[in-house]
Design a protein around this ligand. Sequence first.
Ligand SMILES: Nc1ncnc2c1ncn2[C@@H]1O[C@H](COP(=O)(O)OP(=O)(O)OP(=O)(O)O)[C@@H](O)[C@H]1O
Length: 296
Amino acid sequence: MTLTIDNLTKRYGSTVALDGATFDVRPGELFGFVGSNGAGKTTTMRIILGVLAADSGEVRLDGENIDLDVRRTIGYMPEERGLYPKMKVGKQLSYLAQLHGLSKSEASDAVQRWTERLGIAERVGDAVDSLSLGNQQRVQLAAALVHDPKVLVLDEPFSGLDPVAVDVMSEVLVEKANEGVPVIFSSHQLDLVQRLCHRVGIISKGRMRAVGTVDELRSGGESRLVVHAPQAPTGWANGLPGVTTVEHTGERTVLSVLPGVDDQQILKTALETGPVHEFSLHQPSLTDLFREVVSA
Ligand SMILES: Nc1ncnc2c1ncn2[C@@H]1O[C@H](COP(=O)(O)OP(=O)(O)OP(=O)(O)O)[C@@H](O)[C@H]1O
C-alpha cells in the first residue's frame, strides 16, 4: 500500500502549521519524518489518522481517500501516547485489538505474540502506570501492532528509550517494513533515522524541503574534503573553481567542493605544495543535510 500525503495545509489561528506538505510513503518502506520543533510533523500525522482535519489537501491510501474502515487498518502511536494508565496491560491491548475488529480469541493470541516479542509478557497483569516509561512505550507499540496494521504511523516512537529498547523498536519496524507495510515515524535522532530509513523527508515551517534517500539528498549538495598537507600555505586551494576553504587549522584544510569538481585536480594542487598525508572525502551526514536544509 502507498500512503500519499497531498498538498496538506493547516492553520491554527495565524500560525501556519502546514503549508502544502506533499510526499508519499511506499510499500515496504521505512520513512523517517524529520524536522525542527514545531515544523508540522505531529500535525501531519494527526491528519493522516483523521484525528485532525486539514484545511485543504488529501491523504490517500493506494489512491483512495481514507474512510473510517481504512483508518482502522492503520497502526498509530500518538505523541501524547494515550493509554489508560490504570488499566492492565493485557486487558488494554486486547480491548484495543477488538476495537480494530479482531475477535476475542484473535485479540488474545495477538496480545500474547506481541507482548512476548516486545519483552513485556510478564507485565500483562500490571497496570500501565506501574511500568517504567520505556516499558509503557513498548506497550504503546504493541497497541499500534496488535491488529496487524497495513500502515504504521508513529510519532517519536524512539524518544526516551534506552539502547536495548531502541534495538527492539528498530527490529520490529524493519520487520514490518519487510512484510510490505509502509512505516512512517518521526524522530529527532537523526543518526538513527539515517541508519534505519530507506527514505527521509525533511519538513520545515510546514513544507517538505527535501524527500529522498540520504544519498539522493546528498547529491546536488556540496561535499567536504579533508586535506592534510603540512607545507601548504593558507589559501593554497583558493582559485580552484568550485572549491571554497572552510577551515585551515595548522596543517589541515577542510574544503567545500561543489558537485562535478575534479578532486584529482585538487590533489594535484595540494601535492604541488609538498607531501600530502591525508586526502579524504567526508560525506555529509543526515544531521549536516538537515542543518543545511533548515537554515536555507
Ligand atoms: N492545538 C494547537 N493550537 C495551536 N497551535 C498549534 C496546535 N498544535 C500545533 N500547533 C502549532 O502548529 C505548528 C506545528 O506543530 P507540530 O506539533 O505539528 O510540530 P512538530 O513538528 O510535531 O514539532 P515537535 O518536534 O516539537 O513535536 C507549531 O507552530 C505549533 O505550535
